[in-house]
Design a protein around this ligand. Structure first.
Ligand SMILES: *Cc1c(COP(=O)(O)O)cnc(C)c1O
Length: 378
């Protein structure tokens, strides 16, 4: 048996005829960038997220969404942006790309998301933004600190790359990932829960002026073609991506629900196979609807040996992320050292992502957990 970490063909077969029809429509029209296909998809995202018309701005990638989001908050060289060291590179890479300084705060050991108190303790007179990541598909509970941050002149930018469709029940209502702070930054990289057939991204903001500015920033800062109010970037969403994402958006709730079911089944299997001593299942924070972009467990001992064994047995398991950002060579200039963020460092030695995707079968999950049990009993 082989079970990859992610098996996209299994869900693609459900939508193949629709996707091919959309591709034919776009090739016939020969209209490839932005345009009606993109606006239609943006509008559907606006209703999905429950935000006003014009709040969603498609762009070329999740990385660009972060860059544009930061630019829309006027992040400049020397500004400090507080974020997590336990995330994909782009979160901090985009901060540094603008000449700003990523200031790391350690994460919560149970959710792997930034520890809010630790983050608040990092605020200085230079702090201009707070950039939490809704890692692996569940939201960071930021609702309680937004007004304080705003009061101190600090913008809130959500990295929603792994959490499109995640929600949080708090503050007497439903908070949707990407709509809680000032800007939400989404990725439609093919492996994300909502993924296209290439790179794609989207910025979300309910502030109309910021939305208008973002629409200019994604086309070189131009409001009227060939007239430039400020210096933007080239970051447009393609029609083909928008059309495919629009088809997939209609399935997203069902697909996320399948991921949640698979997560619940893993939890039962760990109990049934009595591996809880070695494997800690991911914790869903109270109030959260986790969408399991990744199903990431902690392995108490011999994580790398287990990974090698499972890979050899045909199970795609991976480590996200093996080296926290504060220890990456490119960030050496920030002056962080080993021991600065002990939770992130420990997680990087213990985490293991197991296969989770729409179409994963219970039989496949059981075979995998049986192998885990066999490994530890040897
Ligand atoms: C994927 C990802 C990004 C970047 O998105 P791209 O579309 O690949 O540029 C940013 N942050 C996080 C947490 C991600 O997982």
């Amino acid at each position: 048996m082989t079970v990859p970490i992610l098996d996209l063909p299994r869900s693609f077969c459900e939508i193949k005829p629709e996707v091919l029809a959309a591709a034919e429509r776009i090739f016939d029209a020969q209209s490839f960038i932005l345009g009606q296909e993109v606006r239609t998809f943006e509008a559907h995202c606006e209703s999905y997220l429950g935000v006003p018309e014009g709040s969603c701005i498609g762009c070329a990638s999740g990385t660009d969404a972060l860059l544009l989001g930061l630019m829309s908050c006027d992040i400049k060289p020397g500004d400090e942006v507080i974020t997590t060291p336990f995330t994909f590179f782009a979160t901090a890479g985009t901060i540094a790309r603008l000449g700003a300084v990523p200031v790391f705060a350690d994460v919560d050991p149970s959710t792997y998301n930034i520890d809010i108190d630790a983050a608040m303790n990092k605020i200085t007179t230079k702090t201009r933004a707070f950039l939490p990541v809704h890692l692996f598909g569940q939201m960071t509970p930021i609702e309680g600190v937004i007004s304080e941050l705003h009061g101190r002149g600090i913008a809130v930018i959500e990295d929603t790359a792994q959490a499109f469709g995640a929600v949080r029940f708090a503050d007497g209502g439903i908070l949707r990932a990407g709509t809680v702070g000032d800007v939400g930054c989404c990725s439609f990289f093919p492996t994300k829960n909502l993924g296209g057939c290439g790179d794609g991204g989207m910025v979300v903001t309910v502030d109309k002026n910021r939305a208008d500015r973002l629409r200019r920033l994604r086309v070189h800062g131009s409001g009227t073609t060939y007239y430039h109010d400020e210096i933007g970037i080239n970051s447009r969403l393609d029609a083909i991506q928008a059309a495919i994402l629009d088809i997939k958006l209609a399935h997203l709730e069902a697909w996320n629900e399948e991921r949640r079911k698979a997560a619940e089944y893993y939890r039962l299997l760990f109990k049934a196979y009595d591996v809880q001593e070695f494997i800690t299942a991911p914790v869903e924070l109270g109030g959260n609807r986790h969408i399991y972009h990744q199903y990431v467990v902690r392995v108490s001992e011999r994580r790398d040996d287990l990974m090698e064994y499972l890979n050899a047995e045909g199970f795609g398991v991976r480590v996200y992320y093996p080296l926290p950002l504060h220890l990456q060579p490119c960030f050496e200039y920030l002056g962080c050292k080993e021991g600065d963020f002990p939770v992130s460092e420990k997680l990087s030695r213990e985490v293991l992502a197991l296969p989770v995707f729409p179409g994963l079968t219970q039989d496949e999950q059981e075979q995998l957990v049986a192998k885990i049990a066999a490994f530890f009993r040897k």
